[in-house]
Design a protein. Sequence first.
Length: 195
Amino acid sequence: MSDDAKTPAPPKKGGKMKKLLMIGGGALLLLGGGGAAGMYAGGKLGASGGHEAKEDPDAPKLVLKEGEHGPTSVKGGHGGDGDGPVDAEIYKATYYPLEQTFTSNLTDTNGFAQIGLGVSTYYDQKVLDNLKDNEMPVRSAILMTLADQQADTLSTPEGKKMLQKNLKLAINDVLKQKTGFGGIDDVYFTSFIIS
């Protein structure tokens, strides 16, 4: 007989150690994956491979007022979509009247409302160019918002303010959908008739 058959197999070493290393490695993978998922959800990690997105050079920029805070200059936006609050003390508003009036039936009566509108933005000319380029879908959104109003509500100051807010949202929604950026900061009535 050979010596190999008589010699017992050596005891396995490190069985517990391998188990601990496998458990520790798995835990690290889970923690790393959870951290990466949290960074992705928080916007710190995205398609750019971990780098924050650079500001789009073609995006509209806020316009500083002249005189008070140095020369007029164009400064980067504050949230990427033009919806955040803007400090009216620092930035210059540009006003633009929408040429045609808007006429629509109201929901609760046989009456109608006819309004003239103007808008303002604290951003550069790009926002107004986007508005002009997308006039038809913007007009449609304004008419849809107007058609959803009640005469009793529109005859109160609070109702008119609520309509202004809803029109601003409707216009910015269309602009975001079409151009990726809203930028309209306020809506003004230039005429207002309820019949």
